[in-house]
Ligand binder design. Structure first.
Ligand SMILES: Nc1ncnc2c1ncn2[C@@H]1O[C@H](COP(=O)(O)OP(=O)(O)OP(=O)(O)O)[C@@H](O)[C@H]1O
Ligand SMILES: [Mg+2]
Length: 166
């Protein structure tokens, strides 16, 4: 692994906000609090276009880059919306020059050499059934996710770290 990749991984392990900075974003104070939070659950209630999706994409990429074998699920009311959020994740991953290599990188998923995965799914209970040991669950536009409650409950039995927003 290149020393710059290692340096970035060390830096973002110490301060998660550095991931956003390395990707070219200067996070607002509330976004910084989200990135540095150790809470197992987060709910974001914020105005339109305030940066909710961006900061949750940063969280997803941060988890994937700093842990091994982490399963990260992105849920939205529709697959198209999940893909939008996933696209943000890919943009961030690429902007920081892929500090962990990818086994697979496509429109719906990113699988890293470390075994960590980011998968985008439509927010219905049926699509998330069967996943176990979810490390991070992001529910975008949660207020519009009809199955948000059942999805969260289905996942929470196995998730060590569950975060929702929207
Ligand atoms: N800290 C930041 N610095 C620079 N640009 C930012 C920052 N946070 C968000 N943005 C940009 O602002 C725009 C809106 O961000 P984002 O889509 O994350 O907001 P949102 O709250 O999810 O919006 P919506 O309510 O429409 O879902 C995007 O272009 C995003 O890149
Ligand atoms: Mg959004």
């Amino acid at each position: 692994m290149a020393s710059s990749s290692l340096a970035l991984r060390l830096a973002i392990t110490l301060d998660p906000c550095l991931l956003a900075e390395a990707a070219g974003y200067s996070l607002d104070p509330w976004q910084q609090r989200i990135m540095r939070s150790r809470s197992p659950r987060l709910g974001l209630l914020a105005s339109r276009q305030s940066g909710k999706s961006l900061v949750t994409a940063c969280l997803a990429v941060h988890t994937a880059l700093t842990e091994s074998g982490a399963l990260i699920l992105l849920l939205s009311p529709s697959l198209r919306q999940s893909q939008e959020l996933f696209r943000r994740c890919l943009d961030i991953y690429r902007a920081v020059d892929r500090p962990v290599g990818a086994e697979a990188e496509n429109a719906l998923s990113l699988v890293l050499d470390s075994g960590s995965r980011i998968l985008s799914l439509p927010g219905t209970e049926r699509t998330i059934r069967g996943f176990s040991s979810v490390r991070l669950l992001v529910i975008d536009e949660a207020a519009r996710c009809e199955t948000e409650r059942s999805a969260a409950m289905a996942i929470s039995s196995t998730a060590r770290n569950m975060r929702t927003h929207g």
